[in-house]
Write a protein that binds this ligand. Structure first.
Ligand code: GCU
Length: 655
């Protein structure tokens, strides 16, 4: 039986109190009450044991009544590398019920109903009154957002219930989990009428154990997905991207042995090019085991012993070919325990800064980047597949990029794994975007949880070199303390990558740009968004600008761009024309070349994308048209300006 101690959440990787876990994302009163009961029971029973026998018997009876439902469905920490395990896909057609009034969840008194749609009830007699029926309801495809699957759902924000029926042959000594690549935004998950968990955050994975709940046949997996925007959420009410709702990424069953390799971190130690350090963590009932890390191609086999919590620190020297854009070398790495074996493809590289330099494997590098939203080329909607990733990253390569900023939230795992294979370095970010509620503890916990899940999923990917904490957040003490907490957490989870954020700049005088956001103090790399020539004056304004910073750190210009629908032509000063956008980039490039501490550029953006903030008819039509490529794959004139600049930089880097 997997330990019933509080799950090792991605926030802390250690046994924080239940209140801590209850606080992040689990707001349903009854569920919190139940969970609080568990906690209460434990503390009180210890005290009662010391006091008197009768009360103890009574309390035991009460605790059994209180905990039975939860014990059957365990929320465990995130399972790493599900591709390296035995899985059963649940993708495909799911029956759905569109529920704008959450009738399937609340009763008419707006109290959570015990007989909600999660019961998947059927009339037992001709007189029975059941007012919903999943099996005769319409379907939606999973993975996929609902907005682009049905015209009437394009602007829909609210709840949709998803149902998937499946059979499952249980196996001895085998545990079963249901794994979601992502669900936007809040997902309440039920199996066979039982609540198995809740997840908040639209762009990171989560899983629940269902070993004790799954049946041989006719399992009813039901997910209430609600993408309503909330002021206290992350992101908050306003974003410049479409609020695609639904089960937007893969859903699968994951089988593991009774004791299994839950997670591992195997990368080069900070600042080293030959010392590997990290950890392996087991879960299950046999936690104290011998684990071996093998890299067959390098004839490496190192064994360690896990402690009583199933954790083992690992460290050893290795003479490996280092991962780089020119040679994205990945090794087969086997993590073998006595009861489980997981294989992964891992690259090894060092990334650090020295003054204003960014050093990859000890050598200065310039990040020729491009920003990308997780929007599907050609068909639109949320991108989710390997093909989507290969198309977008292929276009980035064609531009001459060796780096991509995945905005403004963690993208699907295909994007990261293909970047690993293609040798494209990655900036990965959590959606702490614009003005969230800095002083709200639940908002902080939510952001911390998303940060933890992002790092947990992608920490073994050599391609990921930057963790970004935020985008264009306003100066202020509450904001700074909020972001400092995230930075501390990121450094405690992963000391080997660079920490950054997309900040803003200001004018010292009409010709001097200054980057001195107090946040810069706590970052390894400065990120700065600027739109001189689009939101701020005309393109030639850049010609007379000088850039300064109070930090001796490298700068990545994390956004700059201008809008033009493909095929709209005119003179270089006519807004919205390809010529204006081209003119904008020509001026930007000559300005960027003059910035002494610039070590990376990420134009906004690779491809036009849907945005609810862009209504201009015939031009935007609810799309942000700052793409260098249209959403139909057409290269705009500005694409070739950046391509030329990147080819020059690449040629210079090879000398
Ligand atoms: C902002 C923001 C983007 C937005 C872009 C724009 O800087 O970070 O999310 O899409 O500017 O205005 O086009």
């Amino acid at each position: 039986m997997i330990s019933s101690l509080p799950p090792q959440c991605s926030l802390c990787l250690g046994g924080e109190s239940f209140a801590h876990h209850a606080r992040h994302g689990d707001t349903e009163d009854t569920e919190i009450a139940q969970r609080e009961n568990i906690h209460l029971v434990r503390r009180v029973s210890q005290r009662v044991a010391r006091r008197d026998r009768n009360t103890r018997a009574l309390l035991l009876l009460f605790s059994l009544f209180a905990v039975i439902p939860c014990v059957r469905a365990q929320q465990t920490g995130l399972i790493a590398n599900t591709d390296g395990r035995k899985t059963i896909s649940l993708d495909g057609q799911w029956h759905t019920i569109i529920d704008p009034y959450e009738t399937g969840y609340y009763d008419y008194r707006y109290e959570p109903s015990a007989n909600g749609y999660f019961k998947d009830a059927k009339p037992k007699t001709k007189s029975d009154l059941i007012e919903y029926d999943f099996d005769t309801s319409e379907s939606l495809t999973v993975p996929g957002d609902w907005n682009t699957q049905k015209e009437r759902l394009l602007l829909y924000e609210g709840t949709i219930w998803y149902k998937k029926a499946f059979d499952y042959q249980s196996k001895a000594n085998t545990h079963l989990f249901v794994y979601f690549g992502a669900a936007n935004y809040v997902a309440d998950v039920y199996l066979n009428g039982e609540k198995i968990g809740r997840h908040e955050g639209g762009f990171t994975p989560f899983n629940f154990e269902i070993t004790n709940l799954v049946r041989e046949a006719g399992n009813s997996l039901i997910v209430k997905v609600d993408n309503k925007r909330r002021r206290d959420a992350v992101p908050t009410l306003i974003t410049d991207w479409w609020n695609y709702g639904g089960l937007t990424r893969q859903v699968k069953l994951v089988e593991t042995p009774a004791s299994f390799v839950q997670d591992y971190f195997i990368q080069l130690q900070k600042g080293s090019r030959e010392r590997i350090s990290g950890w392996v963590r087991l879960n299950g009932d046999k936690l104290n085991q011998r684990v071996t890390v093998r890299i067959p191609e390098a004839r490496i086999s190192k064994s360690f012993t896990t402690d009583a919590n199933g954790s083992a620190q690992i460290a050893f020297n290795a003479d490996l070919t280092l991962w780089s854009p020119d040679n994205p070398k990945l090794y087969d790495v086997v993590i073998e325990a006595e009861t489980d074996r997981v294989q992964d493809q891992i690259g090894f590289r060092s990334i650090e800064t020295r003054g204003t330099e960014i050093l990859l494997n000890g050598r200065p590098i310039f990040l020729r980047g491009i920003c990308i939203h997780e929007e599907a080329p050609f068909r639109g909607g949320r991108a989710y597949s390997r093909e989507d990733a290969l198309t977008l990253l292929g276009w980035a390569k064609e531009l001459g990029a060796n780096f991509v900023r995945l905005a403004h939230y963690p993208h699907n795992e295909f994007m990261i794994r293909e970047a690993d294979r293609l040798g494209i370095m990655v900036w990965s970010e959590i959606p702490v975007y614009w003005t969230i509620l800095w002083e709200n503890p639940a908002t902080l916990e939510n952001a911390r949880n998303q940060l933890g899940e992002m790092i947990t999923r992608d920490k073994n990917r050599a391609a990921v070199i930057v963790w970004s904490m935020a985008n264009e957040t306003p100066l202020g003490a509450a904001r700074l303390s909020f972001l400092k907490k995230l930075i501390e957490q990121a450094r405690s989870l992963d000391s080997g990558r660079l920490i950054s954020a997309a900040m803003e700049r200001h004018y010292v005088d009409e010709k001097t740009q200054m980057i001195d956001d107090p946040l810069g103090e706590y970052l390894d790399v400065l990120g700065c968004n600027e739109y001189v020539g689009w939101y701020d004056g005309l393109p030639e304004k850049t010609d007379r600008l000088e850039w300064k910073t109070k930090y001796q750190k490298p700068l990545i210009m994390s956004e700059f761009g201008a809008e033009a629908p493909y095929g709209y032509h005119g003179d270089p000063l006519t807004r919205w024309t390809e010529e204006y956008q081209e003119n904008f980039y020509q001026h930007q490039v000559s300005m960027l070349k003059k910035i002494s501490f610039l070590r990376g550029t990420c134009p906004w953006i690779l491809m036009d994308f849907r945005s609810p903030r862009r209504p201009l008819p015939g031009i935007q039509d609810f799309h942000n048209r700052k793409g260098l490529i249209s959403d139909h794959g057409e290269r705009k004139k500005a694409f070739y300006v950046m391509q030329k600049y990147y080819r020059e930089l690449e040629a210079r880097s090879q000398n």
